[in-house]
Write a protein that binds this ligand. Structure first.
Ligand code: B12
Ligand code: SF4
Ligand code: SF4
Length: 342
């Protein structure tokens, strides 16, 4: 193995990454095809996916870039408070992309500094990524993309991905040894509450609950999928939770900084009682897909979840929300009161 490649891989593994591969920039051209296919199958996502062509055409923005270092890190190692399961997507509970207190975030900075120390020019984007991670990891042979679109390693799909562009032509591609999906399995497709995952290797961003609880779903009383959203208030894990290839792969051995303490403030009832300063100062930096000006979304999402799995104790919280300072929350509460005959 090339000495530089060996150094990079060793550094990544020493900094807590499960796997590290290196591919040529040109390997991302296959992603462009997948993007075209997705847009062809689901034309309404076109305006949202057009920006992703940049993930394949990296040299337009980074003419100096030659290769992509792609790393996999396990997040299925953290303890998830039971009462948040089915409410908030696990990835978002232990999201290290912007959390300076997390070891994963610090390791990511250290790894980048190391790449620069050994003389490489680098570029990365810590929020939504500099390229299409799943495709890059697939090309590097670090694991498999399964029918639910998720990238899997031996740790299941509970892994997140990171990538750096570098200015040297290097390559490190493995041969995955994972078993393919069982021939007739379609459990993930059957489990998707909104049929966003309608067939293998596809999904409609616009009807995905993960999106409906964050970037979409602004008008829940009139949202076509409001009842299918079930108890989710931020994200969705249904198509991963059901997958047999994830069986036993979550090994809760570590605590994510601050999660247990924060979790004590979160339940459907507590969200409705949250004051807006707490939502803006504590919830928003952690769950950053909902912007500061839109933190009322937490309350409308929580009311929707209450309606979908109504318990008598919710009644007083919903009635109280009909006097909330935010008009959208008041409207949502009125809608729920009508729907539940409260
Ligand atoms: C945009 C985006 C979203 C959007 C849209 C989702 C989407 N799939 O497009 C929204 C906000 C909804 C979202 C939600 C979530 N996301 Co997201 N998201 C992304 C982002 C930024 C780009 C994804 C993308 O390229 N979409 C375009 C479409 C065309 O690609 P795709 O759906 O991934 O499909 C791929 C496969 O189907 C494959 N493929 C297609 N056909 C075939 C055929 C064969 C035979 C094979 C092998 C492969 C294959 O090619 C496609 C392109 O790679 C990536 C980060 C990044 N920079 O890569 C994270 C990323 C995909 N998200 C991630 C996560 C964890 C989530 C959530 C689970 C969070 C949550 N708990 O709610 C949900 C899951 C929703 C879902 N079912 O996908 C992780 C996934 C990790 C993993 N192990 O796969 C990523 C990689 C972020 C990260 N840093 O790790 N996400
Ligand atoms: S994350 Fe949820 S809504 Fe989105 S595709 Fe998977 S099961 Fe369907
Ligand atoms: S549920 Fe079945 S088809 Fe879907 S990803 Fe898992 S093994 Fe593959």
């Amino acid at each position: 193995m090339n000495l530089l490649v060996e150094k990079i891989k060793n550094a990544a593994l020493n900094m807590g990454y499960e796997k590290c591969g290196i591919i040529k920039i040109s390997d991302m051209s296959g992603y462009e095809e997948k993007l075209n296919e997705r847009i062809q199958r689901i034309p309404e996502v076109k305006p949202y996916y057009e920006g992703f062509y940049r993930f394949a055409r990296l040299q337009d923005t980074y003419p100096w870039a030659k290769s992509i270092v792609i790393c996999v890190r396990q997040y299925g190692k953290y303890h998830i408070p039971d009462h948040l399961k089915g409410l908030i997507g696990k990835y978002y509970l232990v999201d290290s992309r912007r959390d300076e207190n997390s070891e994963d975030f610090q390791d990511s900075l250290k790894f980048e500094a190391y790449l620069q120390e050994i003389g490489l020019k680098t570029a990365a984007e810590r929020k939504f990524g500099i390229t299409a991670f799943r495709w890059a990891a697939l090309k590097a042979g670090l694991g498999l993309v399964r029918r639910n679109n998720f990238f899997y390693t031996e740790s299941g799909s509970w892994v997140h991905l990171e990538a750096w562009l570098i200015d040297k032509e290097l390559e490190s591609v493995e041969k995955p040894t994972l078993k393919e999906c069982p021939k007739n399995c379609n459990l993930c497709i059957k489990s998707c509450p909104t049929a966003s995952l309608s067939e293998p290797y596809t999904m409609n961003r616009l009807s995905c609950i993960s999106c409906l609880t964050t970037f979409e779903g602004w008008d829940l009383p009139n949202e076509k999928f409001n009842s299918q959203m079930g108890s989710w208030v931020f994200g969705c894990d249904a198509c991963q939770d059901v997958c047999p290839m994830n069986k036993g792969s979550w090994r809760a051995a570590e605590e994510f900084p601050g999660l247990t303490e924060l979790s004590e403030h979160i339940s459907l009832e507590k969200i409705l009682e949250m004051d807006y300063t707490f939502l803006e100062k504590v919830m928003q930096p952690k769950f950053w897909y909902i912007g500061k000006d839109d933190v009322w979304r937490w309350k409308t999402n929580a009311i929707n979840a209450m309606v979908n799995d109504y318990k008598e104790q919710y009644g007083e919280y919903i009635r109280c929300a009909s006097n909330d300072s935010n008009e959208k929350v008041r409207e949502m509460a009125q809608w729920a009161i009508g729907k539940l005959n409260l």
